[in-house]
Design a protein around this ligand. Structure first.
Ligand SMILES: [Ca+2]
Ligand SMILES: [Ca+2]
Ligand SMILES: [Ca+2]
Length: 354
């Protein structure tokens, strides 16, 4: 049985009017719904483990709580010990940051003669990084959102072409802002064959597990058929078009972050509006999920992927003024967009902070 724990985040959205197929404009009718965060049972959590990942118990590992305590060096944690830990961390992973910049935070490293591996994570989850003959590769491993890998790995994590890591199954009791994680099953070894992790069927630079995660086509180098390969496409799910409203959205989202050069990080948005989906993002990598995909993300992936939502555009009685309510993981408000002389002028009014 699932117990309903709390309301995750109140979200305003506009009611769908079935007579109007256009998914970009609304009349401003507001509806209110709370999203439920459920307290998943151990059984559910264990069954969510993907089939390519084996796990078994090993009491030699440390527990989730023990691992958490030691994350930033041995206690007591203070500024001095943290600085020491940080300096050692930077030195240890310099060979990886040289190639990957700040795309990842690192968990552990293993070096052979001409090959180095690192276990790393970013907002999408856990990755295996590999540098061989100065050629860097990053592979998404595809753990469930209930998996925590220990920062303290007691064994070499690559052995006989198998990734073998220690960790726990955990559940997240609170999702937004302040995460409260509790262990559900400790002392686990997880094993994944390297061949499966490395599999990049279309050879576009993203492994199959990552393409599945972000709704790209693992069998096509160019999922949206716009001539730009997935790995280099700043909006890989949709071909871009330039028109009045796609230009508006471009102006709204461009510059929110500058991650166009980072193929492993995306700003995630939820929108069914085709003008939004057509944006040609210049400064950011964007992943625009439709509503269905976005809910799947919520269900199956990590909570901090909560997308930024721009609601339907409200036309003001004045012809050239448009309003767009928005909601991010931490705040919300309204964009006021004025169209004059073929130019958009945008002002953002933040009305709440979570
Ligand atoms: Ca690929
Ligand atoms: Ca692809
Ligand atoms: Ca493309």
């Amino acid at each position: 049985m699932k117990n309903i724990l709390l309301f995750l985040l109140p979200i305003y959205f506009f009611s769908q009017n079935s007579n109007t197929p256009n998914l970009c404009f609304g009349d401003g009718t507001r509806e209110y719904f709370g999203k439920l965060l459920v307290n998943d049972s151990e059984e559910t959590i264990v069954s969510e483990n993907p089939s390519h990942i084996k796990f078994y118990e090993n009491k030699n590992h440390i527990s989730y709580e023990e691992d958490k305590k030691n994350r930033y060096g041995a206690p007591p944690a203070n500024e001095q010990t943290f600085q020491k830990w940080h300096n050692a961390y930077e030195k240890k992973y310099a060979g990886f940051t040289k190639y990957f910049g700040n795309s990842f935070s690192y968990i552990q490293i293993q070096t052979h003669k001409k090959e180095s591996f690192a276990l790393a994570e970013n907002r999408f989850g856990y990755w295996l990084l590999e540098i061989k003959n100065n050629n860097p590769k990053a592979y998404y491993i595809g753990f469930s959102k209930y998996t925590h890998l220990n920062y303290h790995q007691d064994q070499p994590f690559i052995k006989d072409n198998i990734l073998s890591v220690s960790g726990s199954f955990v559940r997240n009791l609170q999702a937004v802002r302040y995460q409260t994680i509790e262990p559900v099953k400790d002392f686990l070894t997880f094993e994944v064959p390297l061949d499966e992790i490395r599999k990049d069927s279309d050879q576009d630079g993203y492994n199959d597990f990552f393409e599945h995660l972000i709704y790209l086509n693992p069998y096509s180098k160019d999922s949206d058929q716009d001539g730009i390969s997935d790995f280099f496409d700043t909006n890989p799910l949709y071909a871009s078009e330039s028109n009045k409203f796609s230009n508006l959205y471009e102006q709204i989202i461009d510059g929110r972050s500058e991650n166009a050069d980072n193929p492993y990080n995306f700003d995630v948005y939820r929108s069914d509006c085709e003008y939004f989906q057509q944006v040609n993002s210049k400064k950011n990598r964007v992943l625009i999920l439709n509503e269905k995909q976005s809910y799947q993300f919520d269900e199956h992936y990590r909570r901090d992927l909560y997308p930024t939502i721009y609601n339907k555009i409200i036309k003001d009685p004045k012809d050239n003024i448009f309003r767009i309510p928005y909601h991010t993981i931490s705040s919300g408000g309204e964009i006021i967009a004025v169209y004059e002389n073929r130019q958009w002028t945008i002002t953002e009014h933040q009305t709440y902070i979570i």
